[in-house]
Design a protein around this ligand. Structure first.
Ligand code: SAH
Ligand code: SF4
Length: 353
C-alpha cells in the first residue's frame, strides 16, 4: 500500500534538479565521474546566479548540460501574484512545476533585506492561531524550491537578501534534511553567500531535531515558538506538539545553549485573555530564567475564522518590562505587512481573497 506521507515528499519528478541536497548533487556528479569543482559550478549557476535554463551554464560541457537537462529538468517557480504593503513588505504567491503553491515574503529595512521563506506547502501541526495549519500539509518543499524563494525576492528587489528566516509556511523540522540542505546552498560562497548567523530556523519545538540542529557545524540561529509556558494553555494552542512537554522542551533548549554557546529566540504571540495573564507571565519568567534566550513578544495577528484577538498594548509592555526587570532580554516585535496578510501566521495556500 502506498504510504501517504512518502507521497508528500518532493521528488525529481516534481522538482527536477531542485530536488537535490548539496550532498545529493555531489553524489550525482561523482557518479558521472566529474571532479568536485563541477558541483560548485553547478551550484553557482542554480543558486548564485539563479539561471532559468541549462543553456546558460557556459562553463559546463554541452554534453553534461544535455545529460542533466534530460534527466533532471531545471524548473523555476512562477510568481502567480505579488502584493506590496504600505510598509514596503512584498508578498509573493509562487507556483512550482507540479502546481504546488506557497507564499514567501520580502521585508526591506534600512540596511537589510530579509526573506521569510516557507519550508512546507501547508503544515500538519494545526496550531489554533495560524492560517497555515488550517488546511494541513500539502507537501514538503525540496531544497532548491526553498532557495528559489530567495531568488525570487532578490530578483524583484534587485538586491541580494542579507537575512533569511524559516518563518513562512510549514514546520522546518518536519522537513529537516531538505531545510538544512537549502540553508547550506544559501550559506555557500557559490550560492547566496549569506552568513549562517543571519539564517534563522523557527520551530514549534520538535525535540529530536533541536538536538540534531545543535550538532550542525554551521552557526545557524534557532527560534522556538513558545506562546505559553503553561502546559495546558500550550496544549490548547499548539496541539500538534503536545507530545513534547514543556519540561522536556526546557531541557532540550538548555542543552542547545550548552552545546552551541548560542542564544535562542523565543516567540510569544500575545493573545488577549489566553496567554497574557499574570500566572502566564510568571510561568514564562520561570521558563526563561533557566535559559540563554531572548523573548520576542508579538501582538497576535488576525487570521480568518480565528477567535483570538491581540492583547492590549499596555499588557504587552507590562510583560516586556517585567521580563526585563528579571534580567531577561525582551523585545516587542511589530509584524510587518499585515495589510496584505503577510505577517506571521497569515500565510496560506489561497490563490484569491
Ligand atoms: N512552524 C514554525 C515556523 C513557521 S510559523 C513555527 O511554528 O515556529 C512562524 C511564526 O509565526 C511562529 O513563531 C508562529 O508561532 C508564528 N505565528 C503563527 N500564527 C501567528 C499569528 N496569527 N500571529 C502571530 N504569530 C503567529
Ligand atoms: Fe505550523 Fe508553525 Fe503554523 Fe503551527 S505556527 S501551524 S507549526 S506553521
Amino acid at each position: 500500500m502506498a504510504n501517504p506521507e512518502l507521497e508528500k515528499r518532493p521528488t525529481e519528478k516534481t522538482s527536477g534538479i531542485k530536488a537535490f541536497t548539496p550532498e545529493g548533487l555531489e553524489n550525482l556528479m561523482s557518479e558521472l565521474k566529474l571532479p568536485k569543482y563541477r558541483t560548485k559550478q553547478l551550484v553557482e549557476w542554480l543558486y548564485g546566479r539563479a539561471v532559468t535554463s541549462y543553456d546558460e551554464m557556459t562553463n559546463l560541457s554541452k554534453q553534461l548540460r544535455a545529460q542533466l537537462a534530460e534527466k533532471y529538468p531545471l524548473y523555476t517557480p512562477d510568481v502567480v501574484r505579488k502584493q506590496v504593503s504600505e510598509d514596503g513588505t512584498r508578498k509573493y504567491l509562487l507556483r512550482y512545476h507540479d502546481g504546488t503553491t506557497v507564499e514567501t515574503v520580502g521585508i526591506p529595512s534600512k540596511n537589510r533585506l530579509t526573506v521569510c521563506f516557507s519550508t512546507q506547502a501547508g503544515c500538519p501541526l494545526r496550531c489554533a492561531f495560524c492560517a497555515t495549519g488550517k488546511s494541513g500539509l500539502v507537501r514538503n518543499l525540496a531544497p532548491g524550491e526553498i532557495v528559489d524563494q530567495l531568488s525570487v525576492v532578490a530578483n524583484d528587489f534587485g538586491s541580494r537578501p542579507t537575512n533569511a528566516v524559516a518563518m513562512g509556511q510549514g514546520e522546518p523540522f518536519l522537513n529537516y534534511d531538505y531545510v538544512i540542505g537549502a540553508l547550506r546552498f544559501i550559506n555557500a560562497k557559490e550560492g547566496l553567500n549569506i552568513g549562517a548567523r543571519h539564517l534563522t530556523v523557527s520551530t514549534s519545538g520538535i525535540l529530536p531535531q533541536i538536538r540534531r540542529f545543535s550538532q550542525e557545524p554551521e552557526q545557524f540561529t534557532l527560534a522556538v515558538s513558545l506562546h505559553s509556558a503553561n502546559q495546558d494553555t500550550r496544549n490548547a494552542l499548539m496541539p500538534g506538539v503536545r507530545q513534547y512537554s514543556l519540561d522536556r522542551l526546557s531541557d532540550s533548549l538548555r542543552s542547545y545553549n550548552d552545546m552551541t554557546g548560542r542564544r535562542i529566540s523565543l516567540e510569544y504571540a500575545m493573545i488577549d485573555g489566553v496567554n497574557d495573564t499574570m500566572p502566564e507571565l510568571n510561568a514564562l519568567q520561570k521558563f526563561c530564567k533557566k535559559l540563554m534566550c531572548h523573548v520576542n513578544l508579538i501582538p497576535i495577528n488576525s487570521v480568518p475564522g480565528s477567535r483570538f484577538s491581540p492583547s492590549p498594548y499596555e499588557q504587552i509592555e507590562l510583560f516586556q518590562s517585567r521580563l526585563q526587570q528579571a534580567g531577561i532580554e525582551c523585545t516587542i516585535r511589530n509584524s510587518r505587512g499585515s495589510d496584505i496578510d503577510s505577517a506571521c501566521g497569515q500565510l496560506s495556500q489561497k490563490v484569491s481573497k
